[in-house]
Structure formats: structure tokens, C-alpha cells
Design a protein around this ligand. Sequence first.
Ligand SMILES: [Zn+2]
Ligand SMILES: [Zn+2]
Length: 334
Amino acid sequence: MTRTTPPRPVDITALFPALSEHSATATRLHPRPGRPTTAESSVGGPLLWPADEAWPVCGDGGTHDTFELETPATVRRRREIYAAAEARAAATGAPYHLTDDEQAELPDADFSEPQDLVNQPIPLVPVAQLYRRDIPDFVGPDGTDLLQVLWCPLDHPEEGYNPRVRLYWRRSSDVAHTLNTPPEPPVVSDSYLPTPCAVHPEQIREHQYGRLLPDELDAQITAWEQDANDDEAEDGHSYQFDLSLAPGWKVGGFANWSLTDPQPMDCAECGTAMTLLFTADSSEWHGTGGSWRPLQDPAGTSSNPTDVSIGRGYALYVFRCPASFDHPPATAMQ
Ligand SMILES: [Zn+2]
Ligand SMILES: [Zn+2]
């Protein structure tokens, strides 16, 4: 099923034509739980990975910041149990509840596998696999048609207590034999293990974060928001929430710097200002209503289909160096 972002409540470029110079397209991925294959774009799905290429691992061992560690199997089983209970409640109209057997199978809330399990190479987990044909805002080295995003599913203090991201661009026709059974990490933070999702890409237009606009334009928009807020009949006049930047998993577009205000993102290799490549988000739309909820998703649909959670419900923005795809990515949590 395609997913369609509702029209913005207000056509902000009609009111502020200068904004068109500060806009960019983005591709919302609209991940939803599914059973993607290696031949398809996905979030948290299997990767088209060459059988003769080593699977990447993280060797940070004891420098990871660890708290509650679980095996991937435990995380998946817990999600299955919750999903089954939700499906029963939806089918019968009865209140959501777990059976005694389900309850007994769930680990205690503070359960953790031994912390020293991180003192071994930790295989990275698939975060996204994106084929150029599916993603209007795909960028990659000439000749490549596939971007694979992986991360180490543990907190890295030097990455702002986030997972460490690795990017791989490929030409899919170069992969003659696909790795059938990738290694799995012995333990993960459950927030960083995406539930396998099919994607339903949709290109939209975004406008730059307010504080990164020219001062005068930012001030004009803020004044207009203030006027609109004084009129209680008006709704959906928040530039930041409704009119500029889409929440959720996406490719391209702009970052929403509302947590810390804009931070310079300069390439560690060459100093060039970086551009936003990819976003993993804790939520696909704001709150329960949210003007970004696709038309095809009824109210009450989970806004976190991937089960990924970044910090306290934030997003992880992955930036690339426009000077070279070989330069390392950088991340920011917002
Ligand atoms: Zn790691
Ligand atoms: Zn660079």
C-alpha cells in the first residue's frame, strides 16, 4: 500500500516565497512491519551482502555504555508476545491483556544478560537497505544502486550515547552470491534492533529549520506564527511541527535541530560542511493526531513501526560529506 502525506495545513511558500530558496526534497520511507527480502528496500530487513565479504563488527568492547542487554531472540519474542496481545484486543474488542503463559515468558523488567558479553566482536545489525530505483532522493557514488546502513546496537559514549553507524554503497549486480545467514550480535540494546519493515517511499518537500534560515525570514515566520496563535480558530500554523520538516525515517531533506539548536556538522576528514543523508526516528508522526500521519493510516496506528528508539524519543540524523562518499559519516541526535 502506498503512503501519502496529507497536504500541509498551510501553503507556507505562498506566504513566504523566499522559502523556496531554502527547500529540498526528502523521501519519507514509511516503514511498516513486513517480511522484506534481500532484493527489496527495507528497514531492519535482510541485506544483499556478498558471501565473500566479511560482515562488519564493532570492537569497542568495554567502552560501550551498557545497561540492560538482551539477546536479539529475546527482543523479538517479547515483540511477538505484545503484537499477539494487541491483535487479540483489536479482533475481539476486549481490553489488551497478556495470558499467564505470555506473562511467564517475558523477562523481568530489569533483566539483563551479563555485561561482559560485549567484550567480543559485536556484529552490526541491518538498519536500512535502499535501492536507488525505490528512493527518489537516493545519492551514492556513480554506478552504485544500493545503500546499506548498519549500526552497532549498543550505546557509544563518543557518539553521544548512540549506536555507531556504518554506510555501504554497492552495485547490486556485483553481488554474485548472497550471504545467507549473517552473524548476529550476542546482545543488543532493544532500542536499536529494528523490527523488519517494508518501506513505502514517498517524496515530499521540506524547508530548512527556522534558525538556519536568514534571520529576517525566520523573524517574519515567527511573527506570522504568533499572529496565527493569537487567533484561536487557526490551527496547524507551527512552522517547525507542521510546515517545514517531516518526522520519521527518511532520506535527504533537513535535520530538525529543536533539541540543541543547530550544531555545525563538518567532515572529520576534510572539514566540508556535511549534508543530511538519512534519518532514523523514534516516531513517524507527532503525538496522536499529527499532521504527518499518512492518509492510509487510521488514527490509533502505532507511530513507531520500527521499534527503534533514539534517546528519549528523538531522531538520529546521519550526515555525509559532499566532497567524497569515502569520508566517514557523522551523526547527531535531535
Ligand atoms: Zn559498538
Ligand atoms: Zn570530507
